[in-house]
Write a new protein. Structure first.
Length: 404
């Protein structure tokens, strides 16, 4: 018996797979350093936890409305007003199971079979799969100048009569690159003029460094019922709440209604327990966000300065997120092979760049304790540098380099 086309062509998420492999090795007592992870390691805010616990303790946990609990939507409305400068109406907001689901429902709502979804590359691993699942065509676009930020011209050159939407993720996973205010203005005006949807994956929008500030798309257009923009966001990264699975979409009410209908018939809505937790995080004490951002900025600097000492490595300092996307092609043109070597030989987990659309690169996360970053990079250097001493100790374990 045959699986459907979608069933046959769906691919495992490489990031989740790496987490699984790293967790298995760790459970076996292996001294893993996980530079591949996509989640902050801090604790969820107390305001989130106490709200969730109170609802759970009531033992009355019911279905949520398909577009989300009123309280969570109100929290998102307030957040949107604070960080985007517009105040959506309740029917312009939907709460979803992580921002991932909001992205998928948005793609499902606006793209038909064979329609094209354009996005800058390097890009997050799931965009392509999501487009494929609705029969649409993913069009990742690399920058002509070889950098991490395809220009408006690079993107516009790929627009055809089948193009329905452009999807932006700024700052970007995996590169950490942030688009300028000037670019955002251009892309907002361009998509509006061309009648294209603009989907903003803003999941990292406040994890920025060097005093950079998030740019709101709504600085350059009205947010009304004719607006072509869908903003996606969530609590996973900013509040260290990846496991709670709460995200949201802000868009015109026609889009939101369609997305909520899809949600109603598939997962109903996120659990009210985690929705209430998200409302707690969004409305509660915010000092944890800034503390995490500062810690990440320090980790980014440590990682950057240490990686810079590897000969031949090409490195761009990320503006935001918690990822560094480094060009390791002088060491290996095959990023899967290189990532496997690092995991196997020195127990350092990193993500191969090819999964994000750029071969020869590795994505290294700096959302782990600074000490582990230092140790991880020391091990990478040892594994790749033929001039390093032949032996390395990891705890009691003596490694002898026999692969260079
Ligand atoms: C660019 C990007 N978008 C969306 C998500 C999904 O986040 P969540 O579903 O946890 O809100 C991730 C998670 O890694 C991501 O990196």
């Amino acid at each position: 018996m045959k699986l459907s086309l979608v069933g046959r062509s769906s691919k495992q998420s490489p990031t989740l797979k790496l987490n699984e492999t790293a967790a298995i090795l760790k459970a076996k007592g292996e001294p893993i350093i996980h530079l591949g992870g996509g989640e902050p390691k801090g604790k969820a805010p107390l305001d989130a936890v106490t709200r969730a616990a109170a609802l759970l303790n009531s033992a009355e946990v019911r279905y949520s409305p398909p577009d989300g609990l009123v309280e969570t939507k109100q929290a998102v409305i307030r957040y949107t007003e604070e960080f985007y400068g517009v105040r959506p109406k309740p029917n312009q907001v939907m709460i979803s199971v992580g921002s991932k689901q909001a992205l998928f429902f948005a793609i499902q709502t606006i793209l038909d079979q064979q329609d094209e979804l354009i996005f800058p590359s390097p890009h997050w691993v799931s965009y392509q799969e999501m487009a494929k699942m609705v029969g649409a065509i993913a069009v990742p676009v690399l920058a002509e100048d070889g950098g991490f930020k395809p220009s408006l011209k690079d993107l516009a050159d790929r627009v055809t009569s089948q193009t329905k939407a452009i999807l932006l993720n700024s700052p970007n996973n995996p590169s950490g690159a942030l688009y300028s205010a000037e670019f955002m203005k251009e892309i907002v005006e361009y998509t509006k003029k061309k009648g294209l949807y603009l989907i903003m994956d803003d999941i990292y929008h406040r994890l920025l460094y060097d005093n950079k500030k998030a740019v709101s798309v709504f600085d350059y257009t009205e947010f009304d019922e004719n607006c072509n923009i869908i903003v996606i966001n969530g609590v996973s990264k900013l509040y260290a709440m990846t496991g709670f699975r709460v995200g949201w979409a802000v868009a015109n009410s026609k889009i939101i209604e369609a997305m909520a209908n899809i949600q109603a018939h598939t997962n109903s809505a996120p659990s009210p327990i985690t929705q209430i937790a998200a409302a707690g995080a969004l409305n509660g004490i915010q000092s944890g966000v800034e503390a995490m951002r500062l810690q990440l900025e320090n980790n980014r600097n440590v990682m950057y300065n240490r990686l810079k000492t590897l000969d031949g490595l090409h490195l761009t300092k990320p503006d935001g997120t918690f990822y560094m996307f480094a060009d390791f092609s002088t060491y290996s043109k095959d990023s899967i092979k290189l990532a496997n070597l690092l995991l196997e030989k020195v127990r350092v987990a990193v993500m191969p760049g090819v999964e994000f659309g750029m071969e020869g690169y590795l994505r290294l996360s700096f959302n782990i304790p600074t000490k582990q970053i230092i140790e991880g990079i020391e091990r990478i250097k040892w594994a790749l540098d033929p001039n390093a001493p032949k032996e390395l100790y990891i705890g009691e374990r003596k490694l002898v380099r026999d692969w260079l």
